[in-house]
Design a protein around this ligand. Structure first.
Ligand SMILES: *Cc1c(COP(=O)(O)O)cnc(C)c1O
Length: 435
């Protein structure tokens, strides 16, 4: 890797104008140290920084780019649509096209509303759930991230876990008082909350595969139990599939685990790398949204033709046969290689993987919830991250963010990555350690 010269200069300059030099906290590399890369260009599985370093990218815009960077068909469609105007603030046919594709892929979604981010999707889905049930409280799980709206910013994983912030300042207690918390994968914890507050809870919101405290899969029976419990108590079940939607299968995590939630939140992949979010679900709930019903929610750029086009093209390519078996094959090769490297170097890791989503936790203990995830050594992760970076592999700059394999990752990319992991683990193993 060449010395970071331009990236350093640009980061200095950025910090004069943007808080921390970034527009989203994890990008600043606080958890791993060092200077963030300023990226100039992406192509397929690779990104290129301002100093002309090439990296195999396992972040892929936090999972949005499941086809890899600048996929030729997506780029072609975008060029064409942009020439006809980028936003009209009127209905367009493209919105119905993408809506139909999503409803066909995810049968629990009978109607859908497009917004501009995952944050907006979860925030709006919760407003809707409160309106439908006429109750105020919600239950979320510690370590699950559902965007940065007030009521959801507590024990929220992702950047907060990275920076060690339990909850954001500036959120009135009035809001977080309405948010009940239980540990992920913990039925006992959920039962306790329901015993006390069952009648006041509008919705449970959950990442069906948690991916914002690192990847933590649901244990057998966990999601099933949430489904039956919510059904019994008049509580809505919201699956936040902003990451898992169209990632684990074409029908999302709900197809994989065969559970139909009442509402689903989407984002990331459905926008093919452009700003997007969406929430959808049962018709009688969705019909409460304005202009049909009294729940207000609007957006100047919502459903704009550019994001719709990128989403439509991305889903078209993804819907081809074998997309998901290819993703599984690539990711399982990677898992095998990393696990072998770890046992060879005698490093304790737990590799957590569901399909093309994975995390290498530097820990001996099984990771099943936020508490066990946070036992992982962020110090070792930071060392590993930098060893990989220096060999041209870009991983998420935090122990608590997922890594993403895309369809653009080649067998060669995987081999190069596994070789780099061997070297990185060896170097970490030789370094003096505190644990
Ligand atoms: C990324 C993410 C969000 C927030 O989406 P933004 O587009 O960043 O606002 C919400 N929920 C989950 C599960 C996510 O991974």
């Amino acid at each position: 890797m060449k010395e970071l010269k331009r990236s350093k200069e640009l980061f200095q300059e950025a910090q004069r104008y943007l808080p921390g030099g970034v527009d989203s906290p994890v990008r600043a590399f606080k958890a791993v140290g060092g200077n963030p890369l300023f990226i100039r260009r992406g192509q397929g599985s690779k990104i290129y920084d301002e100093d002309d370093n090439e990296f195999i990218d396992y972040v892929c815009s936090w999972g949005a780019l499941i086809l890899g960077h600048s996929h030729p068909q997506v780029v072609k469609a975008l060029k064409k649509v942009i020439e006809s105007g980028t936003s009209f603030g009127t209905p367009t046919e493209l919105e119905t096209t993408l809506a139909k594709m999503i409803c066909a892929a995810i049968p629990s979604i009978k109607m859908i509303r497009f917004v501009n981010s995952g944050t907006e999707a979860t925030m709006s889905a919760i407003r809707l759930a409160r309106a439908f049930t006429k109750r105020d409280k919600i239950l979320k799980f510690s370590g699950c991230y559902h965007g940065h709206s007030d009521g959801l910013l507590t024990k929220a994983g992702s950047g907060l876990a990275t920076l060690g912030i339990p909850a954001s300042l500036g959120v009135p207690a009035f809001f977080t008082n309405q948010t009940l918390i239980a540990p992920y994968n913990n039925l006992e914890g959920v039962a306790q909350v329901f015993d006390k507050f069952g009648q006041e809870i509008a919705a449970i919101i959950v990442e069906p595969v948690a991916a914002n405290m690192g990847v933590v899969p649901p244990q057998p029976g966990f999601l099933e139990h949430l489904r039956s419990l919510t059904q019994k108590s008049g509580v809505l079940l919201i699956f936040d599939e902003v990451i898992t939607g169209f990632r684990l299968t074409y029908g999302g995590a709900q197809a994989l685990y065969e559970i139909a939630p009442d509402l689903t939140c989407l984002g990331k992949i459905i926008g093919g790398g452009l700003p997007i979010g969406a929430y959808g679900g049962r018709k009688e709930i969705m019909e409460l949204i304005a202009p049909l019903g009294p729940v207000y929610q609007a957006g100047t750029l919502s459903g704009n033709p550019v994001a719709m086009t990128a989403g439509i093209k991305t889903l078209k390519v993804l819907s081809q046969p074998e997309s998901y078996s290819q993703l599984e094959k690539k990711a399982s090769q990677l898992e095998k290689g990393i696990t072998e490297a770890a046992s060879k170097a005698e490093i304790n890791i737990k590799l957590s993987r569901v399909g093309s989503l994975f995390t290498i936790f530097f820990t001996r203990e099984p990771v099943t919830d936020y508490e066990t995830a946070s036992q992982a050594s962020t110090e070792l992760y930071a060392k590993f991250f930098h060893q990989m970076l220096s060999q041209g592999i870009y991983l998420p700059p935090s122990q608590f963010e997922a890594s993403f394999v895309s369809l653009a990752h080649s067998d060669e990319d995987i081999e190069i990555t596994v070789d780099a992991v061997h070297k990185a683990f060896n170097i970490i193993q030789k370094a003096p350690r505190r644990d």
